[in-house]
Design a protein around this ligand. Structure first.
Ligand code: AMP
Length: 213
């Protein structure tokens, strides 16, 4: 039998992936809080549990045959070297721009009249592309987390971050000014694996599709 390695994004996507893995008979057969490589209930499928931003790299290099990753991560990484056959519809949220409520930056729309806008984000590429597409140049401040803090302490005028319920923005006195895109988790597949392990991957993807993914 062909063996497959499936890369999973640690955190919210992993939590949302577990019911799907369960239905597919691929639930982790080991301690996912400690182990980085875990067998699944299917002896032919191993799971690796890694940081979301590393999933495209593992799959691109064939260290994993396939992976579950957020579209945000994929857009930031650039997904050309990967097949993206399925939107799983899980971990749904949106990538948005937000500002301090009541600040001059809280108005939606072009920034043209304002100077040296500073945008704090974990997504410098997506942010640069988004503003550049409108002919706006912004100073991008790369952060690794807690973006909501940046405008509160004067580090940035705007943030670009994931929003699900909007509660985190609200709790921190921020308002969403623009949605850049809708985000959900999708399945990505290594191009060489798709050829070499076609039958096993097709079978898995078909089963996922039939579950409504
Ligand atoms: P919320 O308060 O429900 O709008 O959630 C916003 C917080 O959760 C922000 O800090 C986001 O970075 C994070 N977040 C929301 N959705 C996701 C997701 N699908 N994956 C990872 N982080 C998320």
């Amino acid at each position: 039998m062909t063996s497959l390695t499936l890369a999973l994004s640690k955190g919210r996507i992993l939590e949302d992936s577990l019911p799907l893995l369960e239905k597919l008979g691929l639930a982790p057969a080991g301690d996912i809080d400690r182990l980085l490589r875990v067998p699944s209930q299917d002896p032919n499928v191993h799971l690796v549990i890694i940081r979301p931003a590393d999933v495209p790299t593992y799959v691109e290099h064939g260290a994993a045959d396939l992976g579950i990753v957020g579209k945000d991560v994929l857009m930031e990484h650039g997904g050309d070297a990967l097949y993206e056959p399925l939107d799983l519809g899980i971990a749904q949220c949106r990538l948005s721009i937000a500002a301090v409520k009541g600040s001059p930056f809280a108005q939606p729309g072009p920034l043209a009249a304002r100077k040296r806008i500073r945008v704090a984000t974990k997504y410098p590429e997506i942010t640069r592309r988004h503003f550049a597409a409108r002919g706006e140049q912004v100073e991008i401040i790369k952060l690794y987390g807690s973006m909501e803090l940046a405008p509160l302490v004067g580090l940035a005028d705007l943030i670009v971050d994931l929003v699900a319920t909007g509660n985190t923005l609200k709790a921190n006195g921020l308002v969403e000014t623009e949605i850049i895109c809708q985000v959900s988790a999708c399945m990505v597949v290594n191009k060489a694996s798709m050829k070499m392990k076609h039958a096993a991957l097709r079978d898995l993807l078909t089963r996922m599709q039939s579950l409504g993914a």
